[in-house]
Design a protein around this ligand. Structure first.
Ligand code: AMP
Length: 177
């Protein structure tokens, strides 16, 4: 079995906020991780280490905390950076993808020309919960002619089973709850 380093010490830098943004949700606050130079540098280095930089043309960050992880990764890979945003925020022509929320649906958008045909895209966010956001972003990438090179998050809320929505994609998370 390949050596997998233990990233669990990072959990010390993630703050649990019960009942935010609504009752029953334990919000995983990554601001202490971002503010800690050792933890932040390690997070970016460890995700970068997992992927082959030559196999990635662009890194895509999901609004908003995904941007904070995607941007330093893109720089590390000497790759381009793409923002995927909530509906109505992007100023140019868009492609969009709807996804299910607990109640109703929401929409993610990307600039139509952000991806060249065949480009290999690493999709990045802070947290994988139910997997709906990451899946919608992967579909959006493909809709624009890109190939999903992988999906990466700092943490996975494994008890929600989001990984099952990502079958067929390479998914990597540093830590798991
Ligand atoms: P999901 O589509 O359910 O996988 O939700 C993932 C998105 O919602 C990510 O962009 C996360 O930033 C955010 N998210 C979901 N659950 C949490 C949580 N418990 N703590 C922090 N962010 C969360």
């Amino acid at each position: 079995m390949p050596f997998e380093p233990d990233h669990d010490w990072l959990k010390e830098t993630i703050r649990d906020i019960p009942d935010f943004p609504k009752e029953g949700i334990v919000f995983k606050d990554i601001t202490p991780l971002l503010a800690d130079k050792k933890a932040f540098t390690y997070t970016i280095d460890a995700i970068a280490h997992h992927f082959d930089r030559d196999a990635i043309d662009k890194v895509l960050g999901i609004e908003a905390r995904g941007f904070m992880v995607a941007a330093p990764l893109a720089y590390r890979f000497t790759a381009g950076l793409i923002p995927v945003r909530k509906a109505g925020k992007l100023p140019w022509e868009i492609a969009s993808q709807e996804y299910e929320l607990e109640y109703g649906t929401d929409r993610l958008e990307i600039h139509r020309d952000a991806i060249e045909p065949g480009e290999r895209i690493l999709v990045v966010d802070d947290v994988l919960a139910t997997g709906g956001t990451a899946r919608a972003t992967a579909l959006l990438t493909e809709q624009c002619g890109g190939q999903v090179a992988g999906i990466a998050t700092i943490m996975e809320l494994a008890f929600l089973g989001g990984r099952s929505k990502l079958s067929g994609y390479e998914f990597f998370s540093l830590i798991s709850y």
